[in-house]
Ligand binder design. Structure first.
Ligand SMILES: [Zn+2]
Length: 556
């Protein structure tokens, strides 16, 4: 018997990266990795899991959610009414208690992701000044690997470097900032718009060509220069873009212009559902879906990837680095609202929101999300997300899977929502159904590829042994909401929804090379404008509990 050799036998394996589409296959695991089957056929593993009749996939990867940092924590504190009502996560001999609601506690977040078969998740918006807070919450988020994207679209140093046509200084700063914050990717949120919000009452940018006060740069400049910089640095993930004009009727042209502003560089457009609206002039009745022309553009431009930001009906909390958006939602719904500015770097807005199926706007948002999944031809370039918790909780993923795999169910739900969407969206005419292989792509293999995570999202030799095992079921929501087993780094952490192990996942970050001479210039900048000393700003290696550096790409 070979010590620590773990065999998962006889399951139907879905591993799209390695072109395995439901074939029966044994997997062998050692030291947290998938390994070659032993050459000696008489070798006996120390442990065997009989997966006969079950569906085996790599662990899920959520590439866009909000689970750590001051914005998330403020949202938790802002919703005591939810915390009071939601069923809490009970503590056990091995696990902590936790609170639920639309913004679960750190511990509950880790357990619930694991319980759903997800083993990796990325928080999509952390100001570098708040990096320490986000890392500290990550340490309290068990079971999953995680990382965060660093807000850069309204950073003063970045806008100044673009204004002064200093591409090398920009490149060095972006690399330094990612390393200093121990972040994973560069994020643009309403590029330029959050800065304008800080200077004018109800301020924002309305087009990609509007100038930002004091910097003579436009959103288009920021998008173009940042996408080029990220490609030059060969970062594992492209620049991650939340476009201008989120949620506004007629914003689809801004989204199209954002894609064009990439000028062929890689770009990931996030929660694209919120950016695909036709109509305008403040008249709700003119609102309609513009997924068809946008999806055509995505289909014909391989440099672009998207995640959906699906809206699901019910109550949730909107939280965003897009300061003016929080104000906009507060004005529409009259709910409580939180706003804050992060000096020199970014902003933030939080507001509760309830999506109602009888509301034309909300029903259309729901339909537009589904249209995106169904109209992008290549599943490797569209990723499942609810922009948790903005469009809904990540716990809604099994229901979204059912909506994509079962068109009869989809038509049934369609009958229950505001009928006004029928002439405003193409959803009623779409009869595509996803296969299990395609679901495995949009929930794990695709995001791993888009993020440049070569060890994740597949089950080939050398991959991380993050594996989810499902009992097949005709109702795909039932199948995906309660995996039979979830395995993280080779250990069974969940069995039938019960937490069996509570290991700490890794924090995934990048540390790209840069010209060290730039540090003198950055130090001057800090001493002049920041309220924190330069030497106190970077997060040191020792600060992270289990850091894991992800390499830059060898080519783009
Ligand atoms: Zn988001």
């Amino acid at each position: 018997m070979t010590e620590s050799l773990f065999k998962i036998s006889g399951g139907y394996v879905y591993d799209p990266k390695n072109e395995i589409d439901g074939q029966v296959k044994d997997l062998w695991v050692q030291d947290g990795k998938i390994v070659e089957p032993p050459t000696d056929p008489t070798t006996r593993p120390s442990k065997t899991l009989n997966a006969t009749g079950f569906v085996v996939m790599p662990g899920g990867i959520d590439m866009h959610c909000h689970i750590a940092g001051p914005k998330v924590n403020t949202a938790r504190k802002m919703r005591p009414e939810e915390k009071r009502q939601a069923e809490p996560v009970e503590r056990s001999a091995i696990s902590h208690s936790g609170t639920m609601g639309s913004v679960p506690s750190t511990f509950a977040t880790g357990y619930k992701y694991a319980g759903l078969g997800y083993t990796t998740a990325f928080d999509a918006a952390v100001p570098p000044l708040s990096a320490r807070h986000a890392h500290e919450e990550f340490e309290d988020t068990p079971c999953i690997d995680k990382g965060f994207y660093v807000l850069m679209g309204n950073n003063h140093y970045i806008m100044k470097a673009i204004q002064e046509h200093e591409p090398e200084r920009l490149r060095s700063f972006v690399a330094w900032l990612l390393g200093a914050s121990k972040g994973f990717a560069a994020k643009l949120v309403n590029p330029g718009g959050v800065e304008v919000w800080k200077h004018h009452q109800a301020g924002n940018v309305n087009t990609v060509d509007q100038e930002v006060d004091f910097y003579n740069v436009t959103p288009r400049h920021i998008i173009r220069e940042m996408s080029r910089t990220v490609d030059e640095l060969r970062l594992p993930h492209s620049v991650h873009i939340h476009c201008n004009n989120l949620g506004l009727p007629g914003n689809w042209t801004t989204t199209l212009e954002t894609m064009q502003a990439l000028e062929g560089h890689r770009g990931h457009i996030t929660h694209i559902q919120f950016h695909s609206y036709g109509g305008g002039d403040g008249d709700e009745d003119t609102l309609n879906s513009k997924v068809t022309p946008l999806a055509e553009y995505v289909n014909s431009h391989e440099n672009i990837t998207v995640d959906v930001g699906q809206v699901m009906f019910g109550e949730t909390t909107s939280m965003t680095g897009d300061g003016p958006l929080g104000y906009f939602l507060h004005n529409i719904y009259g709910t409580k609202w939180f706003s804050s500015d992060t000096e020199l770097e970014s902003g933030c807005g939080i507001a509760p929101i309830k999506y109602r199926n009888k509301s034309l706007v909300h029903a259309l948002q729901w339909a537009i999300g589904l249209e995106w999944y169904l109209q992008v031809h290549d599943p490797w370039r569209v990723v499942m997300s609810t922009d948790h918790p903005n469009g809904g909780s990540f716990l809604a993923y099994p229901q979204i899977i059912r909506l994509l795999m079962d068109r009869t169910y989809r038509q049934d739900v369609l009958k229950t929502v505001n009928p006004g969407i029928r002439e405003r969206s193409s959803l009623p005419d779409l009869d595509r159904e996803y296969t299990l292989n395609e679901i495995a792509i949009i929930t794990r293999a695709g995001p791993a590829k888009i993020l440049g995570l070569t060890n994740k999202g597949h089950l080939g030799i050398g991959a991380d042994a993050d594996i989810t095992i499902y009992a097949p079921h005709e109702n795909k929501e039932t199948m995906f909401e309660l995996p039979r087993y979830v395995i993280k780094s080779g250990q069974v952490i969940v069995e039938d929804g019960e937490i069996r192990e509570t290991l700490n996942g890794h924090t995934l970050h990048v540390a790209p090379d840069y010209d060290r001479d730039v540090e003198e210039n950055i130090a001057d900048w800090f001493e002049q404008y920041y309220s924190i000393r330069f030497r106190n700003y970077p997060v040191s290696d020792g600060y992270l509990h289990k850091p894991q550096k992800v390499a830059c790409r060898s080519n783009i």
